[in-house]
Design a protein around this ligand. Sequence first.
Ligand code: SF4
Ligand code: SF4
Length: 401
Amino acid sequence: MKDLKHLIYFENLLQEADNELVKEAEAEGQKCIGTQCSQVPEVLINLPGSFSVRLFAPRTGSIDIGTYYMTSLTCEYCRAVLERALEGGYQFLDAFIDPCACSQHTDLADNIEQLEACTKPGFFMLHMDTPMKSDTNGINHMYNQCKKELLPAMASMGIDTSDDALRKAVDQFNEMCRLLKEIGDHRKADNPNITGYEYYVLCLATYVCPKDKIMDKLRETAEELKTREPDPDAGKKYRARILLAGSEVDDVNFIKTIEDSGALIVADRFCFGTFPDREEIVLNDEEDVLFQICRDAVIKCQCPRYMNTDRILERKQYIDRLAKEYNADGIIVQQMKFCNFWGYERADYQHVLPNEYGWPVLSIDRAYSSGASGQLRTRVQAFIESLEIKKINKKKGVVNA
Ligand code: SF4
Ligand code: SF4
């Protein structure tokens, strides 16, 4: 396929947390808010005059110092981010909003605070208390947290937190979601004209860059895809279509390795992917805007920390629906080592998705930066072969193929 015009530009933005667009926005006086989890409603930290960055640690090598402070039994994402923070990698932050969503997040945020790793004048850390249940109490709890903690913290930086400002932030967010959906929907085609790798370069950029600064290039990319010819040899290269689920994927080379092994990623359900975090927020004119945003965040969220039974069951239905919608052949569930939430969720998917929904599932645990793993390649290749055997048997009419 002809190269996407802006792919290298977007790839370069993922090389540094403090990328050129972050620097540009800061120079304009915009406030930069870091967070490590989508439990903080994203539009509320992207109000006019501010932008959010999802903290990540590109090109991670050693995480020895992070491990020293957090022990080797915590997830590598948190250790890698702490390591980067202690190297001075997030000095551009004006604030860090910690949703206290998992204990390792909180440990990371506490260490950053105690070790004074972010020293920009005026920098502050806000620890929120986000709900563990996605029900009416959970929605009200999120609303109170945002009204009493998050919005006052934003206002303390001179940010407009009026209803008009909230609506503007939602409008901008929705436009970005529509563009990503338009781009991502090309993967529904039998022979898609965009690879999973290309798509996730764009998708990750929407989390780590000021959104207003990438919209033009996202629009151009959506336009470009309307006429981009797919690779005629893609059928030989990609032998299976996969939905990828699980922990946060900050390393797009992880996707590349899976695709180089022969499995095209056509849909996702991992933290900081498309679903549900890049789905539009629908507002009405009657109810309180902040309440609607909080309700949307809690109801839409597919995080495994939500413990109510209906949500535990619904998460599998959600994956089943997505996998069907994007014509997947199978599902890969990956969990960052030592992540408790995705540890039990992965075990659950591994059992329920094949037995109750009929999906072939490959279940793996992985390191934070695991792009070039030979073991990953071998396991994906074996999974693809099993999918191919299944298809052949089905054609032959073998029972339980
Ligand atoms: S699983 Fe994802 S959404 Fe849930 S707490 Fe962890 S990072 Fe946040
Ligand atoms: S991978 Fe798991 S343990 Fe690590 S930050 Fe995400 S939810 Fe927490």
